[in-house]
Structure formats: structure tokens, C-alpha cells
Ligand binder design. Sequence first.
Ligand code: SF4
Ligand code: SF4
Length: 449
Amino acid sequence: MNLFNLFGNKTFSHGIHLEEYKEETNSKSTRRLPFAPEIILPLAQNIGKPAKPIVYKGQHITRGELIAESTGFMSVPLHAPVSGIVKSIELVKVADGEKQLAIVITTSLNSGQHVIAADTYNNYLTMSREALVKAVQNTGIVGLGGAAFPSHVKMTTPESTPIHTILVNGCECEPFLTTDHRVMLERIEQLILGIHIAMKCLDAPKAIIGIEDNKLDVLQEIKPHLPNDGSITIEAIKTKYPQGAQKMLASALLGIEIPSGGRSSAVGLAIFNVATLAKIGLLLPTAGGYTERIITITGDNLSNPGNYLTPLGTPLRFLLEHAGFTGTGDASLILGGPMMGVPVSSLDVPITKATGAVLILDERATGHDEIMPCIKCSRCLQACPIHLNPSEMGQLATKRQYQTMEETYHLQDCFECGACSYVCPSNIPLVQYFRVAKKLNYERHLSEE
Ligand code: SF4
Ligand code: SF4
């Protein structure tokens, strides 16, 4: 029997099929990474305002302790990922090459690393919605899918736009990545609890967990844990890139189109990554702080690839040593997946709240082919999941006509999935052009205000 027929083949239009490269890590249980001798915690790890330190140089701190507080609603606190001593609060290099203020901690490697005794919310499911949202903020949680948007903000919806469905994104559609897959197999109770908390915060009657049909083991494992009243369901949809993008997920699961420039809440949806909700389900009952996350470490020249429970602030160099990296300095190092990840040049940058994967590409590295003229083959148009015209926008980008790209070709709707660049036979780095154009348009808008 073809299992796929049991679950239908819902999907969105356009998109691309990619080699998956997930087999190196998707069947391995998550392992805990040891504590690094030094931990580097940038204060700005979320969209919005950075946290404000409440510790001083030389202070002894305990794992799980609050060390930087939120500075407003669009901000989340930071908790100590290790017990140790505050070495400094200084500018450090982060993944994008910029420098940011960070709390640097010397780890007490012989301390046992017991987590500080926290409060408990015995009554968390009977709290008011406002109190529950505040409790989520206090955990320091942001979207673990990569956006780093504070989760409590997403859990606060104006009364004028009621949320009818929460979509729980377990697609993990980028090649190589298997963090969410492992979370859905290993953290099922926490995930279901996190979904209940999100439903309560948003007063949403229904939630759907969406997975790609390359993870049918997840479907079998989760189904027995779902409530009998049908309020939480799970559906497998077709494996296709970028199925995990919010617009594609809403389109595939419910046939709902999120309007151009609009938010998912405008059509009654709230969309969360599975790992985010599982982490909320883990932390909220004990009022714990977000201090560690599961990261996929995979790619070339690694003797020990896998999924590792990693303290935030762990330097990349330490992580790679433990994954048995045997390559040279020529390898491409990417935080995230090969399609939407961020290349990094330094091994001293730390893992942050939004880092879901470390990918090393050596022999499989791409992007060094010569750029050729556009041959008008229209493959990029067929690939673009939101039906933009990447070919035309690419031509305009080379002529620096960024304003036309926005006003006539809806550049602002491009969410930089890279599908157009991937299929282009002329090796035109379309998505890079679009990133630059969007940045320049943003700066132009700021200067016009
Ligand atoms: S990068 Fe932008 S233009 Fe290219 S396929 Fe993705 S959404 Fe479309
Ligand atoms: S895929 Fe490349 S060559 Fe083909 S139309 Fe698009 S930009 Fe031109």
C-alpha cells in the first residue's frame, strides 16, 4: 500500500524539489553537548529591543538565573546557560560580521551545572490570558524557526482579529535540517502542552500540526497523544520546498491565502514552529528560562554529525570540535540550511536563540559557477512560490532600478527562499540581488520619513 495515498497530497503551487540530505542525522537521538569553557551571550537575540544586563563583571551566576531583563513588550530576557563568573560585558563579533554587546561568562566546569531552583506555575492553564502571555515572555522564548520574533508578542492578538486556527509548523523543508523532526519524536508531551498554551493565549479553538510526508514516523508517534475532541490534529502535506514558509503552509493546509504585505493574523491564523511550542511546553510549567536548544550539526567532513542539545552562547569552534570536524578552513560554514542560512566566516561567533543548524559544505558547496546572461527560460517563474517574476527583477537589479522592483514587481513580498536562484541555469544569484535591493529600498524609505 502506498502510505502517501493515506494522507493525501496537499501542497501549494510552484516550488521546487530538492535532494534532502537528512539521513545522516534524522534517525539519531538528540545528545547533550558538554558545556564550553566560555559562553558568549549577545544581548540582541530577538527581533525588537535587546535585553539589559542586570549582572556585573566578576559576579557568580547560576545556570538558569536571570542575567538580562527585557526592555519593553517587544523584548525578551536572557538567562544564564551555565553556572560561572561574568568575565565581561563587551562588544563581540556575531554571525553577520557586526559587533554586538554581549555578556561573556567563564564556565565553572566543576560546578555540576545544576539549574537554579525556579518558581512553578501550578495554575498556568487557569491563568488569565494576559498573565499567561507575560509568563511566556518571562521564559525568553523567541521563534525557534529562525525568525527570532518574540513568541509572547505573537500570542497577543488584538480582539478585532480573532484567531480561528493555530498552524504548528513541522515541515522543516530545507535540506540537511532535522532538528524539528527530532523534537516531534522526542518532545511530544511538551509540544502538545505548548500548543494548548498557545490556544489558550489566543483563545483559538483549533490547531493543526503540519508536517511534510517525509516524516510519517512523526505522524504515527503523535497521533495517540492528540486530544479526542479533535481540537488538535496533524496532517502530512507534500514534501516540497519551501513548504515550511508561512504562506505556503496556510495555502497547503487550509487553502487560505495570506494577502500580499499582510500578516497571518489578518486571515485568522497564528503560525508557530514546533520547536518553539515544545520549548514553551517544557519551560512554562516550571517558570524556567530559555538557555539551550537542539541544533543539527551536519554536512561534510564531520565524524560525528547529529542533533545536539546545545547551551546558548556556545562558540561555533567548540561545537565543531565535538561534532568531529576534520575539514579545512576552505569549507563553507552556514548557520541554518543551505537555502536560507547565513554564511559565517569566524569560528568564534556564538550559537544564539535562533540558530537551528550548523552546516558545513565542502565538496557539495555551490555558488562558484560563472554568472551567465539570462536566457529567458522562465524556470525561476515556475519555481517562485508566490508567483513573482524573478527574471525581470534580476534584470532590474543589475540596472539598479530598485524602486521599480518594489512598485511594479512586488519585491517586498519576496521572502528570500532562494528557489529562483537554485533553478537558474545561468547561475544568476537572484536572491542575493533581491536581498540587496530590499535593504536599499528600506534605507530609502527611512531617509524619506
Ligand atoms: S527568493 Fe523571492 S523571488 Fe526567488 S523564488 Fe523565493 S520568493 Fe520568489
Ligand atoms: S531561471 Fe535564470 S536564465 Fe531562466 S529566466 Fe530566470 S533568471 Fe533567466
